[in-house]
Design a binder for this molecule. Structure first.
Ligand SMILES: [Zn+2]
Length: 267
């Protein structure tokens, strides 16, 4: 027989999976609050999936491709340090869908030749592109294919952070200004943002990479493969009521959009 108090508690815990995924202190607080209304229950550590890093209940692994995508392009995600701890971050999707060695995540705000010789070399390579919009950026679909005898594919640098963080990182690191600057011009909109307010720049990191890789590799199916786990991630949210009030603010705070404005709590 269902116990309404337990149901309420379970619902509350389900929501906490999404709201405070990386925050143990919130869990503790929640459990303490619950104890006043329900019989004591041993607090159990939520089991996490070792592969996708998500709580087991909302594991994304079934949505990853059976075999990682074989791409010639190597993706370098330059991640703002605050981005790593955000719940629902989308970069692990890339990690799990691309072949080993084809998705490198480098965290930090400032990058120097001395501290990051590998990244410096990547930035100097004529085969490197940096995905960042601006008047100088060329449409990524106009980038010519590399010659067939080329030893490797393109390197694609993307900056993962809020819009302000990304802009600041791009402007303050000279090395990111060396590669050809490219942008997405095909008007792809984030299907998660379109429900509230469509804007061209609102793509999550995984969406930006999905579109870019599909274009560079000339394989439209790549986009679909990379977006499948992202859709599942959002569906889990919807199923648990977390996105019923999916305002732009909500999406922004859950890392599902390429944020067009700063979030003061991040700085
Ligand atoms: Zn998993």
């Amino acid at each position: 027989m269902a116990n309404p108090a337990n149901e309420a508690r379970d619902k509350s815990r389900e929501e906490s999976v999404f709201d405070n995924e990386d925050d143990d202190s919130s869990d503790t607080k929640e459990i303490l609050t619950d104890m006043t209304a329900t019989p004591p229950d041993p607090p159990s550590k939520r089991s996490m999936c070792g592969r996708c890093g998500r709580p087991a209940k909302v594991c994304l692994c079934p949505y990853f491709p059976e075999k990682p995508l074989d791409t010639s392009t190597c993706v370098y995600v330059i991640q703002h340090p605050n981005e790593e701890s955000r719940s629902l971050r989308t970069v692990p999707i890339l990690f799990n869908c691309l072949q080993q060695g084809k998705c490198c995540v480098i965290r930090g705000r400032r990058f120097s030749e001395v501290g990051h010789p590998e990244l410096t070399a990547v930035c100097r390579s004529p085969n490197t592109l940096v995905l960042f919009p601006g008047p100088e950026a060329i449409d990524i679909s106009k980038v010519p294919p590399l010659p067939p005898d080329s030893q490797s594919g393109y390197n694609l640098i993307v900056i993962d952070g809020t819009w302000n963080q990304a802009r600041s990182m791009y402007k303050s690191n000279q090395m990111f200004c060396q590669p050809r600057q490219v942008q997405l011009c095909n008007g792809v909109l984030s299907e998660y943002v379109i429900r509230t307010q469509p804007t061209n720049s609102c793509l999550s990191t995984v969406e930006s990479v999905a579109v870019s890789l599909a274009i560079l590799e000339k394989r439209p199916e790549i986009q679909e493969t990379l977006l499948r786990p992202l859709r599942a991630l959002c569906q889990f949210q919807l199923d648990h009521g977390a996105a019923v009030h999916h305002s732009k603010e909500h999406l922004r705070e859950n890392g599902l959009v390429y944020r067009p404005k700063s979030r003061p709590e991040d700085s």
